[in-house]
Design a protein around this ligand. Structure first.
Ligand code: SF4
Length: 451
């Protein structure tokens, strides 16, 4: 620990604010950044306007991410004038693209620190350089694919936690920038994962989501593979609910399917991105499975656990997608009847192969296809949810409701959101709820025994 830095931060009562963009990986990385900052002595503020340290944790997966970031960072020029000694830092996967990082540093000279996804453990040193080094700027974007263990994390939830098990991706789907910014797959040692989960259980966490770009590829270069990791977590930790995301259909083995219904803590939900129902488009996407294979996976999952919830990601308007290809996607959605789908209109990402492919689809066609797809997905969700009416489900309470102060909300093992009457002190509890009404995205119920 840097004693001079801690003294400086605590004597001045310095505060921090983190703005996070993107996926759960980024959200969890922000928890780690917060853990590092709190260890140094910073305290969190939700008043961005007064914060002594503002960190942008960026994402490059979403469309126009760079333009949006520039707008947000540019708006902080005045902040540096208003808050004496304020420090601005930008990190995350967009900053892992060296060109983007350098461009940002040149365009916004008031940004003090720019660092990539693998440099969180160096944040203390970077802050020391800036705060105690006479206002030096720090740019840390070199490639470093070492897995860092032991970083503190300030978790946002009292009952659920994300745990990284694998970093990076080897798949190079032709639309995706992740392998370029997060590097090749690196699995954590199982002993480190188990000890992190046990420490979380000691703090009262009962639900864990294992995180990675492709979790079911876990294990290369370590001691065990993914199904065995699930077994060990069930046997050697106190986790009551275990989830994972995201998984790749090509790596969903029979052994892993066999874990459902056998491993007690493994929740009856799988997020299995399909992306398209057309074999031609799946090939252009470099997904390495077919529509028939995907359907057979869902069938085998449902053979093991008939009520398993299946959610997915779908892209419409991929370069070259014809009406017939899109019809194949609609047909697949009709066959699977997903419990939810994150749907996207294809948009170009720098560095990816698909960005240069012929047959780019016009905006209006993408919009119409997305609308048709969303309306079908919504209808499937509502239909699936109707099967819950009259059933009793176990809900892990996560939040108080934003809309109704007498209501709380939580999730079932199948990841359905349930709203019911209760109060905030029940967050983290498991409550039996009988479902009485459903919408496409939520269920509503009353406590079992009180209906
Ligand atoms: S598997 Fe996922 S993270 Fe990896 S390249 Fe494909 S879409 Fe991107």
């Amino acid at each position: 620990m840097n004693e001079s830095l801690i003294k400086h931060v605590t004597q001045k009562n310095l505060t921090y604010f983190i703005e996070t963009y993107g996926c759960q990986m980024n959200a969890h990385e922000s928890e780690k950044i917060a853990g590092v900052l709190e260890n140094i002595g910073y305290t969190y503020t939700d008043g961005k306007n007064k914060a002594d340290l503002i960190i942008f944790n960026t994402c490059c997966v979403r469309e126009h991410a760079e333009a949006r970031l520039y707008g947000n960072v540019g708006a902080l020029r005045e902040h540096k004038k208003n808050v004496a000694g304020a420090v601005i830092a930008v990190c995350g996967c967009m900053m892992q693209q060296q060109d983007a990082a350098k461009k940002l540093a040149v365009r916004f000279p008031f940004v003090d620190i720019v660092f990539g996804t693998n440099h969180i453990q160096q944040l203390e040193g970077m802050l020391s350089d800036v705060l105690l080094g006479g206002g030096r700027r720090v740019l840390r974007i070199d490639e470093d694919e070492t897995v860092i263990e032991g970083l503190p994390a300030l978790r946002n939830s009292l009952s659920s936690a994300y745990v990284n098990i694998i970093y990076g991706c080897n798949n190079f789907c032709t639309y995706c920038v992740v392998p370029f910014v997060r590097g090749r797959e690196r699995s954590r040692r199982s002993a480190d994962i188990l000890s992190e989960i046990n420490a979380l259980c000691d703090q009262g966490i009962t639900e864990v989501t294992l995180l990675g770009q492709n979790v079911n590829s876990y294990g290369k270069g370590t001691d065990i593979f993914f199904p065995e990791l699930l077994n060990r977590i069930d046997e050697e930790t106190g986790v009551k609910r275990l989830r994972f995301m995201t998984s790749h259909p090509k790596d969903l083995t029979d052994e892993l399917i066999g874990c459902y219904g056998r491993i007690g803590c493994l929740c009856e939900h799988i997020h299995l991105p399909v992306q398209s129902g057309s074999d031609r488009i799946l090939e252009r996407m470099n997904r390495r499975y077919t529509k028939a294979h995907y359907l057979s996976l869902v069938e085998r999952l449902r053979d093991r656990v008939p009520d398993i919830a299946v959610t997915t990601d779908i892209i419409v308007g991929f370069p070259g997608e014809s009406d017939a290809d899109f019809a194949d996607t609609i047909d697949l959605v009709n066959s699977v009847k997903f419990d939810a789908a994150y749907t996207f209109a294809y948009s170009k990402r720098a560095l990816t192969k698909a960005a240069g492919m012929p047959g780019q689809i016009d905006k209006q066609t993408k919009k119409e296809r997305l609308k048709k797809l969303n309306s079908l997905v919504g209808a499937c969700m509502l239909d699936n949810n109707k099967a819950y009416i009259g059933k009793e489900v176990e809900v892990l309470v996560e939040n108080s409701s934003k809309r109704n102060e007498n209501e709380i909300s939580g999730r079932t093992r199948t990841a359905k959101t349930v709203n019911f009457e209760g109060s905030a002190h029940e967050i983290g509890w498991y409550v039996s709820v009988k479902i009485d009404k459903v919408k496409a995205h939520t269920l509503h119920g009353v406590r079992a025994g009180e209906e």
